[in-house]
Design a protein around this ligand. Structure first.
Ligand SMILES: Cc1cc2nc3c(=O)[nH]c(=O)nc-3n(C[C@H](O)[C@H](O)[C@H](O)COP(=O)(O)OP(=O)(O)OC[C@H]3O[C@@H](n4cnc5c(N)ncnc54)[C@H](O)[C@@H]3O)c2cc1C
Length: 479
C-alpha cells in the first residue's frame, strides 16, 4: 500500500474506538471540537510524503520491497541515521506550524527500543515479531502512540507492594493464542487519533512482578480499551484573533485496558522482568533525543514572539529588554547546540547494532531545556506587560460599538496599530498565558521523562571513572 493521504488517515480513525471527553462519548474523533486540534496536527504527517519539497526527507524505500514508506520507520543501522532522524523530527515540527504531528516518532522510538533489547536478550522470536510489526505499520502507513507511563498509585511502592494490583498494567490471563491484559496508562499523547498503541513497562520489576513485564502493540479500537481525554483548546478558537492556519496542539488521554486480548504475534516481552527497566531505558535513549529535537522550532518561534512583543511596545532597544533577548537567545541556541552535539557522537545502543544520539549529550539537552523553560517564559511575559492576560478578545474587536475604542486605545509603537498589536498579543496569550501555556510548562517538565529521569541517565552515562582518574593523576594517587 502506498503512503496514505491525510483524508485516508482521518477515515481510518472512524473505527468504533471508545473515546470520551468532558464526560461524553465521542462518535467521531475527527469531528470533536477539542480532539480535532490533535487530528489536524497529526494529519500533517500524511501531507509530508505528498509534498514535493519534503518528500526527500519524509519518504524512503523499504529496503526489503523497494516500496515507498515513511522515513520514520527507518531502522537506525548506521550512525548517519541519527542525523537524518534529527532533520525529520525538526522538519515535521516546523511543517506542522511548530507542533510535531506526534503519530510516528514515539511509536518508532519504542520499536527501536524493542528491537535493541530483543537483540541484547538474544530473543529471536521477539526480534522477528517486532520486525514484522514495523513492516506492517510501514506498509499500511499507520500512526502509533506510545504508552509507557503507568498510573503508579503510591510512587514509593513497586507494583506488588501497591494497595491495588491495577496501578501498573499487567497480564491477567493467558489464552491459546495470546494474553489478556488489564491496567491503565496515563498522559498518552495522541492516542485518541492514532491507529495503534504500543505498550511497554515503565520501571524496574522483581521476579514476583513478572506479570507486569509485558510489551505489546494492538489497534486502538481493540475491545476493552477506553480512553478518557483531557481538552486543551478548541479547533474553532473564538477568543483569539484568527491566524493563517488553525492553532496546533495535542490531546492526551488516560487509556484503560479492561481485560484486553493481545494476540501472541503482537507480544514483544512476556515475563522477562530482568529486562523491564532496560527496555524503558532503551526507549528513553531513542525518545529523549526526539523530544529535544522537536522543541527547537517551538523555541525559535517563541523567541521571535517575545522580540515582536518588544517592538510592538516600543521597548526593543531598552537595556533591560535587550538583557531579556540575550537570555532568550542563549537558551534557544544552547538547546539547539546540545541537540546538534548529540548527533555528532552517535552510539551503537548496547551493542545491538542500532544507533542512537549520544545519550549523555541528549539527556543534557533535555535537562537544560526543561530546567530553563520557565525563566524563558518569564522573560516573554515580562516583555509583554499585563495586556498578556487582560486583553480584549477577538469577539470584542468584531463588535461595532467597541472596535473604535480598541482602535483608539490599543495601538502600539511604529507600525503596530491596534489590530496588529492585539493580534500579536492574542497569540502570545495563547502561547504563554492560557491553559495551553500552562500545559506547555508542565509538558516541558514532565513529558519525555521528568528531571529525575534525565539525571539518572546522566549519572549512568557520565565518564565518572575518567574524571576521577584524571584527578588521581594530578594529585599523584594510585588507589
Ligand atoms: C504533556 C505530556 C505528554 C505525555 N505523553 C506521554 C506519552 O505519550 N506516553 C507516555 O507513556 N507518557 C507520557 N507522558 C508522561 C510522562 O512521561 C510522565 O509525566 C513523567 O514520566 C512523570 O511521571 P508522572 O507524571 O507519573 O509523575 P510522577 O512520577 O508522579 O512524578 C512527580 C514527581 O515525583 C518524583 N517521583 C516519582 N516517583 C518517585 C520515587 N519513587 N522517589 C522519589 N521521587 C519520585 C518525580 O521525580 C517527580 O519529581 C506525558 C506527560 C505529559 C505532561
Amino acid at each position: 500500500m502506498a503512503l496514505r493521504t491525510a483524508d485516508e488517515y482521518r477515515e481510518g480513525l472512524r473505527d468504533g474506538r471508545k473515546v470520551y471527553i468532558l464526560g461524553k462519548e465521542v462518535s467521531d474523533v475527527t469531528e470533536d471540537p477539542y480532539i480535532k486540534v490533535g487530528v489536524e496536527t497529526a494529519a500533517f504527517d500524511f501531507l509530508m510524503g505528498h509534498d514535493p519539497e519534503l518528500r526527500d526527507m519524509a519518504v524512503m524505500k523499504d529496503p526489503e520491497t523497494d516500496e515507498e514508506i515513511s522515513t520514520y520507520f527507518e531502522l537506525p543501522y548506521t550512525p548517519d541515521c541519527v542525523g537524518r532522524r534529527h532533520e525529520l523530527v525538526k522538519g515535521s515540527s516546523n511543517y506542522a506550524d511548530g507542533a510535531l504531528p506526534f503519530v510516528k516518532d514515539v511509536g518508532t522510538d519504542i520499536m527501536n527500543g524493542l528491537t535493541a533489547v530483543a537483540r541484547i536478550m538474544g530473543n529471536k522470536t521477539y526480534e522477528e515479531r517486532v520486525h514484522a510489526y514495523r513492516r506492517h505499520c510501514a506498509q499500511k502507513d499507520l500512526s502509533m502512540c506510545g504508552a509507557v507511563t503507568d498510573v503508579k498509585g503510591d510512587r514509593s511502592k513497586s507494583p506488588s507492594e501497591q494497595g491495588s494490583p491495577d496501578y501498573y498494567l499487567r497480564v491477567v490471563d493467558r489464552t491459546d493464542d495470546g494474553i489478556v491484559v488489564s491496567g491503565a496508562k496515563a498522559h498518552i499523547t495522541a492516542s485518541a487519533y492514532t491507529d495503534e498503541i504500543l505498550v511497554i513497562p515503565t520501571r524496574n520489576l522483581s521476579e514476583e512482578e513478572a506479570d507486569y513485564a509485558v510489551a505489546f502493540a494492538i489497534p486502538m479500537n481493540t475491545p476493552g480499551i477506553t480512553q478518557i481525554c483531557r481538552p486543551s483548546f478548541r479547533y474553532e478558537d473564538r477568543h483569539h484573533f484568527p491566524t493563517p492556519n488553525p492553532k496546533r496542539g495535542h490531546v492526551e488521554a488516560l487509556v484503560i485496558f479492561d481485560n484486553v486480548h493481545v494476540p501472541m504475534e503482537r507480544v514483544f516481552m512476556l515475563g522477562e522482568w530482568q529486562f523491564s527497566q532496560y527496555l524503558a531505558y532503551a526507549f528513553a535513549a531513542f525518545h529523549r533525543f526526539t523530544a529535544v529535537t522537536y522543541k527547537i522550532p517551538i523555541l525559535e518561534y517563541m523567541t521571535g514572539l517575545g522580540m515582536l512583543a518588544a517592538e510592538a511596545n516600543g521597548i526593543e532597544k531598552a537595556s533591560n529588554i535587550r538583557e531579556s533577548f540575550i537570555s532568550m537567545i542563549q537558551y534557544t541556541e544552547t538547546t539547539k547546540a546540545l541537540a546538534k552535539a548529540a548527533i555528532m557522537d552517535p552510539e551503537d545502543f548496547g551493542g545491538s547494532g542500532l544507533y542512537v544520539a549520544n545519550r549523555l549529550t541528549a539527556n543534557m539537552a533535555k535537562l537544560y531545556f526543561a530546567s530553563n523553560f520557565h525563566e524563558f517564559i518569564r522573560n516573554i511575559q515580562d516583555i509583554c506587560g499585563g495586556i498578556l492576560v487582560t486583553q480584549p478578545t477577538y469577539q470584542d474587536w468584531q463588535q461595532e460599538e467597541l472596535r473604535p475604542y480598541l482602535e483608539k486605545y490599543m495601538g502600539g509603537a511604529g507600525a503596530y496599530d491596534a489590530e496588529a498589536r492585539l493580534k500579536l498579543m492574542s497569540m502570545l496569550h495563547h502561547t504563554v498565558a492560557s491553559d495551553f501555556g500552562g500545559w506547555h510548562e508542565v509538558c516541558t517538565v514532565h513529558a519525555e521523562g521528568s528531571f529525575a529521569a534525565q539525571k539518572m541517565m546522566l549519572a549512568i552515562e557520565a565518564p565518572t571513572e575518567m574524571y576521577k582518574n584524571r584527578a588521581k593523576e594530578i594529585v599523584g594517587l594510585d588507589t
